[in-house]
Design a protein around this ligand. Sequence first.
Ligand SMILES: Nc1ncnc2c1ncn2[C@@H]1O[C@H](COP(=O)(O)OP(=O)(O)OP(=O)(O)O)[C@@H](O)[C@H]1O
Ligand SMILES: [Mg+2]
Length: 384
Amino acid sequence: MDLKKFSLTKTTDFTIGILGGGQLAKMTAVEARKLGLNVVCLDPHEEAPASMVSHQIVGSVNDREKLHKLNSLSDVITYEIEYINTDILKEALVEDKVYPSIQVLEILQNKYKQRKFFQKFGIPMPFFKEIEEINQLKECIPCVQKAKVGGYDGRGVVVLKTQGDLSKAIKEPSYVEELVDIEKELAVIVVRNAKGDMKVYPVVEMVFNPDGNLLDYLIAPADVDEFTEKEAQNIAVAAVESLDGVGVFGVELFLDKKGRVLLNEVAPRTHNSGHYTIEACETSQFEQLVRVLTNLPLGSTYQYLPAATLNLLGEPGYKGKPIYENLDKVLSIDGVYVHIYGKKETFPLRKMGHITIIDTNRERLLEKVVKVKNSIKVKGEIKI
Ligand SMILES: Nc1ncnc2c1ncn2[C@@H]1O[C@H](COP(=O)(O)OP(=O)(O)OP(=O)(O)O)[C@@H](O)[C@H]1O
Ligand SMILES: [Mg+2]
């Protein structure tokens, strides 16, 4: 299908296929259902979160037969995860049905390829170098070593500050980056359709939990000056344009202590840092993705109110069927929106949901964040 020629006339006859059936697929499917569209996801776990609002094919995203089935049911296909075997995708799917394209996915799923690609376009990034043999690492310290593929949620990334840290080095194919003296971690959601129209969201600031390396909370808009904000948005837009990307892209950036804005990485999908757009913006990142996939006009990214997002992570020490403690307490606070993904099992630090908090006043917003964070807990039926 050529998206540029496509126009949505019979909404209920149109099916969006999604590789993966987790929370991102679920939130995308909710928006698609609002427009009367059908959704089918492919996920190996029965009753995956997206199955609450879509049809599910149970199977791996690398299973040719299941991909054929998804292909035959879908008019257009997207993905919520980037670690998919692209050779299998090329064989099993009609390539021009897939957005963002398989070529874009191939570049972005390999962090080193991604760096090399953006370097050609002069996009500001930390200095980086390929590691051909592990002995080279000694001379690079201090640095950050990253696995070329397979890193997710902080796995596959190690900070090497002293020679003593070499024991933690990654053994798989990797590269090293300059250890950026980070002032703030920022993110920007960029949307681009098949015609090349673009929308960019406000810059958000991520605050990380040092234990799990998972997002602790984020606040939008980021507390940065106007120049930094524009710079972050410009870099994010340039990165997506250079890819000729069609879809929604989560762009992670660093602001260093000298005031430089550098690209960290681009994800070819909706992003945790854009969840606040559901309640705080005129059009959510998920609705934008549906609009891109159906060739409808892109929506406004205007943000009504300051917002914060907290991830609901599985509490350490528990697994099994999740128990959401103090849900009633947090829902009694105004401007608190709870999203529970519907995962059947919890385990330590698993992303089980998120909470978006909005307020007209930024100080009050932060007070609410602390209150919510200290009360809601995701425990499990089994103590470990
Ligand atoms: N060059 C760098 N200098 C300093 N810190 C870095 C650098 N690269 C990464 N980090 C730190 O490590 C974290 C994870 O890095 P990165 O985003 O590359 O990994 P990831 O596995 O994709 O993680 P996630 O899935 O959480 O985005 C960053 O958010 C940042 O805190
Ligand atoms: Mg990252």
